[in-house]
Design a protein around this ligand. Structure first.
Ligand code: DQA
Length: 148
C-alpha cells in the first residue's frame, strides 16, 4: 500500500461550472471520489487537496514528507505557468509526480505553453479532460508496483 497525494490549484474548485467547454461538466468532488476509489482498487490510499492559494499548496507538499506520501499527482492550474515556488516545493520533497491538465495548454494561448513543472515531472497528461486524472492514478500505481 502506498499513499498518493492529489493536488489541484486555483479555480479547479469551480470544475463543473467553470468554462465547461474547456474543462468539462464534472465537479472536482466527483473526480476526487472516482480516483480515490480507483487508487483503493489498486491497493493504494489517495489524499486529495485543492487550494486557490500558492502557499497552501506548498505547505501541503511540505506536510507530505512526514506523511509517507510516495507519489504526487498535480494540476497546478494557472500556477503551471507562473510558480517557481511550487516547482521548488516539489523538488524539495523529492517526490515523483505527474502533471495533469484537463485542457491541452499547448493548443491554447501562448502564455499557457510554458510549464514550470513538465521538465521535472515523471509524465504529463493533458487534453483528456477528467480522464487525465484517472490515467495519472493508473500510471502512478503501475510505477509504484514496479518499485522494489
Ligand atoms: C489547466 C490549464 C491552465 O492553463 C489553467 O490556468 C487552469 C487549468 C487545465 O487543467 O487545463 O486553471 O491546468
Amino acid at each position: 500500500m502506498a499513499r498518493l497525494l492529489l493536488l489541484n490549484g486555483p479555480n479547479l474548485n469551480l470544475l463543473g461550472s467553470r468554462e465547461p467547454t474547456l474543462y468539462g461538466t464534472e465537479t472536482l468532488e466527483a473526480i476526487e471520489q472516482r480516483v480515490t476509489a480507483l487508487a483503493r482498487e489498486s491497493g493504494h490510499e489517495l489524499l486529495a487537496f485543492q487550494s486557490n492559494a500558492e502557499h497552501e499548496l506548498i505547505e501541503r507538499l511540505h506536510r507530505a514528507r512526514s506523511e509517507s506520501v510516495a507519489f504526487v499527482i498535480i494540476n497546478p492550474g494557472a500556477f503551471t505557468h507562473t510558480s517557481i515556488a511550487l516547482r521548488d516545493a516539489l523538488l524539495a520533497t523529492g517526490l515523483p509526480f505527474i502533471e495533469v491538465h484537463l485542457s491541452n495548454p499547448q493548443a491554447r494561448e501562448e502564455f499557457r505553453r510554458h510549464s514550470y513543472f513538465s521538465d521535472i515531472a515523471v509524465g504529463v497528461v493533458s487534453g483528456l479532460g477528467a480522464f487525465g486524472y484517472e490515467a495519472a492514478v493508473r500510471a502512478a500505481a503501475l510505477r509504484l508496483s514496479r518499485k522494489p
